[in-house]
Design a protein around this ligand. Sequence first.
Ligand code: NDP
Length: 242
Amino acid sequence: MTKNLIVITGASSGFGAEMAKLFNNQGYPMLLLARRTERIKALPLDFTNVRVAGADVTNQEELRTAISAAEAEFGPLDLLVNNAGVMLLGNVTMQDSSQWQQMLNVNVMGVLNGIQVVLPGMIEREHGTIINISSLAGKKTFVNHAAYVASKFGVHGLSETIREEVSGHNVRIAMVAPGAAETELLGHTTDKQAVTDYNGWKQTMGGITLNPRHVAEAVNFIYSMPQSVNVREIDIAATRQD
Ligand code: NDP
């Protein structure tokens, strides 16, 4: 059976790279997006039916151009994973507001940008799936996470709203909300105390966090269900996480 095009944002590291490997093993044609394209090209993939493009998710035109080119080659996309995200922890009394802006731009506007590019085609075809990578920080609070929590609660709100809007068109909007995992995410935080606090919190779970591979498997599970079934949300975390 012919496999449809999958598009993954934030494919250059962490969860996105694991999703790329998992879907590549199943032979899906893919468009992999991130700003650091060289990192994607270095992934252990069979690139025969994989395309790589540089796109900043805050720039909708870059997304549209890359997706249009991939669709011209492989046909309409059937799955968009809005995975790109940034987490800049900090004490809200001291954090530079540019960091709040960056999180809201990437984590919320980036997701909306992707959705707006692909949703009209999915509605027209009455087929398609969008999976937004949120976080358990989209459901509960964490110290030093104010703007990040705001952005991820935003992802939950917009995902459910759009799901209700398009369910009648047979289009699935779903979420995966992971707990803590070892990726490059924490590495961008400039507040040293916030990093120390976060690493201390991780010790409360014995330092055992989620394997990014398992987040990729949750995404795969949602997509592998028949189009008539929407697993709306998967919350997945290390067993010892509170
Ligand atoms: P990583 O930092 O490893 O990966 C983040 C990805 O997002 C990179 O590929 C990066 O690519 C991309 N990205 C960041 N900013 C932009 C941008 N402006 N435009 C395009 N791409 C961008 O982190 P994770 O894999 O952990 O994060 C993936 C998702 O999972 C995020 O949404 C994150 O919030 C969420 N998450 C992570 C958890 C964790 O503990 N790791 C827990 C819960 C949720 P590049 O820099 O090359 O553009």
